[in-house]
Design a protein around this ligand. Structure first.
Ligand SMILES: Cc1cc2nc3c(=O)[nH]c(=O)nc-3n(C[C@H](O)[C@H](O)[C@H](O)COP(=O)(O)OP(=O)(O)OC[C@H]3O[C@@H](n4cnc5c(N)ncnc54)[C@H](O)[C@@H]3O)c2cc1C
Length: 321
């Protein structure tokens, strides 16, 4: 079976999620073909994709494709799928991946599963597992179509180590397909620092932090632990922080070593994005909050007192490492 991975990148900086999908694709395809489709990237980056598990890379350079454009990308991906007879297309579960996948599936008359946490090749039958009913259950899907398109949540598969001895064909596309969409302007959100998806420590704030100023209490703890600050959906919807910080079913999936949930009740929609964290710590005034059922350690108390006390106590620890 041929598996096509649609690569996600920002100015040729490849997303870790794409490496994870190449590893997944490699496992599913076995000795058969894994193709990486790098749209809007440059040829030198293609070698990295070969090192991470692709057998060949198709490059639509930035000069030909100018940034993400759903119409142009779908047409391009559909052509590649048809030419190479790919049975499975994988994309990252990001805003652009989740935009592209259903459109591509519709164009190809293919099945589509977004937000997958597991994809298996069961003797030629592809099985797609993902959260359903607000994260309360997991469903496993199988499609009767010849082709399936799926987005995969970040952090659920391990990338393959880079093998720079791997070689493969790199093909450049000379033309971008005609598009009915004209992008007038792009604004990139300021995203300096570590990405939530890559962070080993996350301090996440919920409605219980009571306003944007609550994040100022969380930041020193995050800095001290070398982590980043995230949020449940409520602070994002209320405009207390950027939507890029949202963790959960409709936000990002994170897999840190340590996840400190501050003023977060522990709704299934939130846990769908952080339930795979290695250690969850909860700080909440309500001793019956659902988050305590998921947490390894918990503090019942007001975050405005607990978080500064925790920050001060950690700062006072001897720096032995
Ligand atoms: C289709 C769908 C998708 C969704 N996707 C997401 C998603 O991606 N991510 C997400 O997070 N949610 C998502 N939600 C919303 C989700 O269901 C919950 O409503 C949301 O997670 C609740 O956020 P919260 O825990 O911050 O707020 P609340 O549920 O209101 O909890 C606030 C908590 O703060 C505690 N608290 C109050 N004051 C303090 C204090 N001073 N100190 C400490 N603790 C305090 C309270 O006891 C309470 O437990 C989605 C919902 C739907 C329907």
């Amino acid at each position: 079976m041929t598996v096509l991975v649609i690569v996600e990148h920002a100015d040729n900086k490849l997303a870790t999620a794409s490496f994870e999908q190449l590893a997944l694709a490699r496992g599913i395809a076995g000795k058969q073909n894994v193709i990486a489709l790098l749209i809007g990237g440059e040829r030198p980056v293609a070698q990295t994709l070969l090192a991470r598990g692709a057998d060949s890379v198709i490059v639509g350079s930035a000069a030909v494709f100018n940034g993400y454009n759903s119409d142009g990308w779908v047409t391009c991906a559909a052509q590649v799928v048809r030419e190479h007879n790919a049975s499975l297309v994988l994309a990252a579960h990001t805003p652009s991946g989740a935009d592209l996948a259903p459109r591509l599936a519709f164009r190809l008359n293919a099945g589509c599963a977004t937000g997958c946490v597991k994809i298996e090749n069961n003797n030629g039958t592809l099985l797609f597992t993902r959260a359903a009913h607000g994260g309360n259950v997991r469903e496993t899907l199988h499609f009767k179509t010849d082709t399936a398109v799926a987005t995969v949540r970040a952090g659920v598969y391990d990338a393959l180590p880079a093998d720079t001895t791997r070689r493969g064909e790199i093909v450049e596309l000379s033309d971008a397909p005609a598009s009915r969409i004209r992008v007038i302007e792009r604004k990139r959100e300021d995203s300096a620092g570590l990405r939530l998806e890559d962070a080993k420590v996350i301090i996440a704030g919920g409605r219980g932090i009571n306003g944007p100023e609550g994040f100022e209490v969380l930041k020193p703890l995050a800095e001290l632990l070398g982590g980043v600050v995230g949020a449940s959906r409520v602070p994002c919807d209320l405009g207390w922080c950027s939507h890029a910080m949202q963790i959960g079913l409709t936000g990002k999936t994170v897999t840190p070593e340590l996840y400190i949930a501050v003023g977060i009740s522990g709704a299934s929609h939130h846990l769908a994005g952080c339930g795979n964290a290695k250690t969850i710590v909860a700080i909440n005034t309500d001793k019956d909050a659902a988050i305590f059922r998921e947490a390894k350690f918990g503090v019942v108390g007001d975050f405005a007192k607990v978080v500064p006390a925790l920050t001060a106590a950690i700062s006072a620890l001897p720096k032995t490492i």
